[in-house]
Design a protein around this ligand. Structure first.
Ligand code: ADP
Ligand code: MG
Length: 696
């Protein structure tokens, strides 16, 4: 297997020169000079003329060649903003925000004016905006109100190689839009060379333009034997690099936030233990990191200190940091995958694909010859890693997308033009879920409830909860709860003050429900005039709470448009729990042992999470519903609410029945009949479609 880790003195001095040249450049050059130094600048005119002559163009270029930051500006400079917006989609929120900021700086204007961005629950654009960065999810939603995307004169679908779910769906939709609107320019950019597929998808003779690269060789080292603990191994490798005497910044890939935090802490700890270790700026980057901290990865570290960036695969192609000469790659990433065992999506850690591994190592050779340390053996790479990452559309729950497509009038989902069609089971599963929520009827058509649900930029379960809450008289409370669920973490627990933090948290907890505990936090914050100090005193993230308030205001706007009245149930929170039950009956579990439950549908065991309000309260309800399962050592239920067994029978009749024998039998038969009808009709539709496809 691999050649082991080596060093070479000659290489070292060469790299030092390079590193100096690079940092010097970034420090002294103007934005204009930096722009003109990018590989894409050399072919600016050629690109613009290909775009002028074609409706759809595919542009391939190495990460860092300037696709994301420059193409929008080129189009603007070439006059496309006179007839409409120039849009650029990104699969990741962080990339949309960070790149928009960078471009506004390059253009010397305030972010949100000529250049803006839009991500879910945050619109930073204005009437003046001509270049708009956004997540692909935002553009997909815009299709609902404006199916021809008339406000745009050009759309760049960036990071197409990433094959995110929303981008894949947009491909299918935009393919039709460009056939209707010949004045629209559609540009698809990819960091990998397999652009052939995109070209074929858009009709064979779509031109594919390649930006000539400027890359340096990267020396690759594989682990000699398989690594037990990749965090430990990455920390060790980084410390070795740092003490090794070569200059250049380090980039470490980690699958997620938790590993990133541990890695950062461990590196700092190790270096503190050493007497003479030179200073190192250890900088995390992941999507939930506050944006001021995110910006740090692009800045020069104080005193020219070496930077060590610890990132999720956001740094694989979406964000480029100059000056990286070392990459440490444990070979893992987190992927959202539909898990048939639990019947829903779960984020799980997987080995990266060979294509990702090669992208990751490429990050070391952007500004000079670099080194990549792979913490897996060459054999593991060849035998255990897939060639390419499976597109998201083929591995996740599609309920939200199915709902969107249905409301766009795409009735024949199995016949929709997907670049890579999702497995039929995925589509049917999602349709089934939507049917149980009442969004689709027995023939798979959108119901009026389903039509209302589409208006909310939320998971169908949460949309349904909001809609039902009006009837149940608790829309005010449910609105708050849904908003609270949209932010990742409310409480913090600083080192050394864990007991204080836990004691404060306990005061907010309502023994029968995490959801109403969240509600409680929000109401008390409101009573304290939305004070930040109150948050800090209670170990609550003030920033997260402000975000909740913003999200709440936006969802309230949609409710107003939909004429859903905001009604409070006062202190009768049983109604709130019942309303939660009405949408989450699919995630219901029955008590089995202490803290242990079994999912009612699948029979798999699931456990109360130690952070739950229900945990260790000495009160163990017979039935609970939960927001999601997280898979660590065990399957833990996150955000749990105690429910009454009869509610489940009443609200989820297709799944559960009350213990009364006769009605149970009837209900069960009715349920089975419904399911059979639905499945039968779907099967007929399916085989009909398959037959038609074969004929065509
Ligand atoms: P591509 O999309 O082809 O990968 P980009 O347009 O993202 O390339 O990057 C071009 C250059 O702009 C890179 O050198 C990158 O480091 C720089 N850049 C991008 N965003 C920022 C930022 N927020 N701060 C500083 N430099 C940035
Ligand atoms: Mg890019």
């Amino acid at each position: 297997d691999g050649g082991g880790y080596r060093e070479s003195q000659q290489f070292a001095s060469h790299m030092m020169d390079k590193a100096e040249a690079v940092s010097d450049f970034a420090m002294h050059k103007t934005f204009r000079e930096q722009r003109e130094y990018l590989p894409v600048f050399v072919v600016r005119q050629k690109i613009l003329s290909v775009i002028r002559d074609n409706t759809v163009v595919i542009i391939v270029g190495e990460t860092g060649s300037g696709k994301t930051t420059q193409l929008t500006q080129y189009l603007h400079e070439d006059g496309y903003s006179m007839t409409g917006l120039i849009g650029c989609t990104q699969p990741r929120r962080v990339a949309a925000m960070s790149v928009a900021k960078r471009v506004s700086e390059e253009m010397g204007i305030k972010l949100g004016e000529d250049v803006g961005y839009a991500i879910r629950f945050e619109d930073c654009t204005s009437d003046k905006t001509v270049i708009k960065y956004m997540t692909d999810g935002i553009l997909l939603r815009e299709c609902l109100g404006d199916p021809d995307l008339d406000q745009y004169s050009a759309i760049i679908m960036d990071e197409a190689h990433e094959r995110s779910l929303n981008t894949d769906v947009l491909f299918g939709l935009l393919r039709d839009v460009v056939s209707r609107r010949t004045d629209l320019k559609l540009i698809i950019t990819s960091a990998t060379m397999d652009a052939e597929k995109f070209s074929t998808f858009f009709g064979g003779n779509t031109p594919c333009f390649t930006i000539p690269g400027r890359t340096f060789p990267v020396e690759i080292f594989h682990a000699k034997s398989s690594v037990e603990d990749y965090v430990e191994a990455a920390v060790k490798q980084t410390v070795t690099i740092h003490l090794g005497g070569l200059e250049g910044d380090v980039l470490i890939f980690m699958p997620g936030q938790e590993d990133i935090e541990v890695t950062c802490a461990m590196i700092k700890e190790r270096l503190e233990e050493l007497d003479e270790a030179p200073p190192l700026a250890v900088l995390p980057i992941y999507s939930q990191l506050p944006s001021d901290l995110q910006a740090k990865i692009f800045q020069k570290a104080p005193g020219g200190m070496r930077k060590c960036i610890v990132a999720t695969n956001i740094a694989e192609t979406s964000l480029t940091v100059d000056g990286i000469l070392f990459v440490v790659d444990p070979g893992y990433c987190k992927l959202k995958v539909f898990n048939p065992r639990i019947g829903m999506d779960a984020l799980q850690i997987f080995p990266v694909s060979q294509a990702s591994a090669s992208q990751r190592s490429g990050r070391a050779g952007r500004t000079g010859p670099g080194q990549c340390y792979r913490l897996y053996t060459e054999r593991q790479m060849k035998e255990e890693m897939l060639r390419n990452t499976v597109p998201e559309i083929q591995r996740t729950n599609l309920s939200h997308v199915v709902l969107l497509l249905k409301s766009l009038g795409v009735d024949d989902l199995l016949g929709f033009h997907f670049m890579d069609a999702p497995p039929q089971d995925n589509i049917l599963n999602s349709m089934y879920q939507l049917w149980t929520l009442g969004a689709l009827d027995n023939t798979g058509r959108l119901t009026s409830l389903g039509r209302k649900m589409v208006e909310f930029p939320l998971d169908p379960t949460l949309s349904k909860m909001i809609i039902v809450s009006e009837e149940m008289g608790c829309s005010d409370e449910i609105l708050t709860i849904v908003s609270m669920l949209s932010v990742p973490a409310i409480f913090f627990r600083p080192k050394g003050r864990e007991d204080d933090a836990d004691a404060k948290k306990e005061k907010f907890q309502v023994p029968e429900s995490d959801h109403t505990s969240y509600l409680n936090v929000y109401l008390q914050w409101r009573m304290n005039k939305y004070s930040s100090k109150w948050c800090n005193d209670n170990f609550i993230h003030a920033k997260a709470m402000r975000k909740v308030r913003e999200v709440r205001a936006q969802l309230k706007d949609i409710m107003d448009q939909q004429k859903i009245t905001i009604i409070s149930c006062g202190t009768d929170w049983d109604v709130v729990r019942k309303c939660i039950c009405s949408s989450y009956f699919q995630n219901a579990a029955r008590l089995k042992g202490i803290g242990e439950y079994v999912n009612l549908r699948t029979g798999i065991p699931c456990f109360l999470h130690p952070t739950s309000a229900l945990f260790g309260m000495g009160y163990t309800p017979d039935y609970v519903v939960y927001h999601e399962l997280i898979m660590t050592a065990k399957e833990y239920m996150q955000s749990v609410t105690a429910v009454d067994g009869t509610w489940l029978a009443e609200l989820g009749p297709m799944f559960y029945s009350i213990k009364d024998a006769t009605s149970r039998k009837e209900k069960k038969q009715q349920t089975l009949k419904d399911v059979a009808t639905m499945e039968e009709e779907m099967k007929i539709a399916q085989s009909e479609l398959v037959r038609r496809k074969h004929e065509a």
